[in-house]
Design a binder for this molecule. Structure first.
Ligand code: NAG
Ligand code: NAG
Length: 302
């Protein structure tokens, strides 16, 4: 029994060996590598078995427009020229990755003297790009109880940025219910779009707001901007309106009176005006006369 099994095993092994000797087989240490922009990255293509001594090695970049050559006839070509080298036997080393290198790459090896003479392997490369400073919009002044929308946006980051908002340097939680400090606030926060939306602002929502765009490659923030919440003071407004109405009424009444007087007795009034000082003069004259009398009398007494 044991001997038969051993024989079987040996047969299997030898068959396997025989097949692998006559086939080209590729493998990779990482089929979905990533790097940050302007860093280096290795697209590993390892030859696990081959019997042909001088195989043909090619790399193609596969984008939506179809495949294009990256390595052909022992030369790097296309956009990667001067930015990539081949490390034996078939690994592609990009020395300074750019955002446009994000794509699928196919390593193809043709071994003419192997029974299975062709193998290929696809590597999915992601070049991550740091976000730039986002554009933020914070309303300067919002009436109490009204809605307010704060927005934050940047387009460079890859993968796409997620957004965080901060109020007075403290991060605003996704859900106000999870924090005692923001418990009564009426906002909703969308980390994907960067929108912080208040349904009805409270006095406590006033403060300095800034937003951070972040992804795996890094983050960037806009400078803080102040949002003020002001009261629509109903009593104040009613009083203000009343004061204005009263002032208008007074002015109107004044103008009316002036008109009436001016219309009915403009000449009589001037006559009166002349008479008044005349009367006064008379009184003064009488007084001085009286005084004279008095003086006269007093001097008489002295
Ligand atoms: C990589 O490329 C960028 C832009 O082409 C360049 O500014 C940078 O200096 C390069 N970095 C290295 C290490 O060569
Ligand atoms: C939230 O509102 C409740 C009820 O109006 C009040 O008792 C509580 O103090 C408020 N909390 C904060 C943090 O403003």
């Amino acid at each position: 029994m044991a001997k038969t099994r051993l024989a079987c095993l040996l047969t299997l092994l030898s068959t396997h060996c025989y097949v692998s000797v006559l086939a080209v087989v590729l493998k990779t240490s990482n089929d979905s590598p990533w790097t940050d922009e302007f860093d280096k990255i290795e697209l590993s293509c390892l030859i696990e078995s081959i019997s042909t001594t001088n195989p043909r090695i090619e790399w193609k970049k596969i984008t939506s427009e179809g495949p294009s050559y990256v390595y052909y006839d022992k030369k790097i070509s296309g956009a990667l020229e001067n930015r990539a080298v081949i490390r034996e036997p078939a690994t592609l080393l990009i020395t300074n990755a750019t955002r446009s290198d994000t794509a699928k790459y196919r390593c193809e090896v043709t071994a003419a003297y192997d029974q299975k003479s062709f193998d290929e392997i696809v590597i999915d490369l992601v070049v991550r790009v740091k976000p730039v400073v986002p554009k933020c919009s914070v309303p300067k002044s919002v009436p109490f109880g009204k809605s307010a929308e704060l927005s934050c946006m940047e387009d460079e980051g890859f993968p796409k940025s997620q957004y965080q908002w901060f109020k007075n340097r403290e991060e605003i939680p996704d859900d106000p219910k999870t924090s005692i400090r923001f418990l009564n606030s009426s906002y909703t926060l969308n980390a994907e779009t960067g929108t912080l939306m208040f349904i009805a602002v409270r006095k406590e929502d006033a403060g300095d707001y800034f937003c951070r765009a972040k992804n795996d490659a890094g983050h960037a923030e806009c400078p803080p901007q102040n949002m003020e919440v002001y009261d629509i003071d109903v009593v104040g407004i009613v009083l203000g309106v009343l004061v204005v109405v009263v002032v208008l009424l007074c002015i109107t009444a004044g103008i009316c009176c002036a008109y009436k007087r001016g219309f009915f007795s403009s000449q009589k009034q001037t006559g009166n005006n002349y008479k008044v000082p005349a009367k006064g003069d008379g009184v003064d004259y009488v007084r001085t006369e009286d005084e004279g009398d008095f003086r006269h009398k007093s001097s008489f007494v002295i």
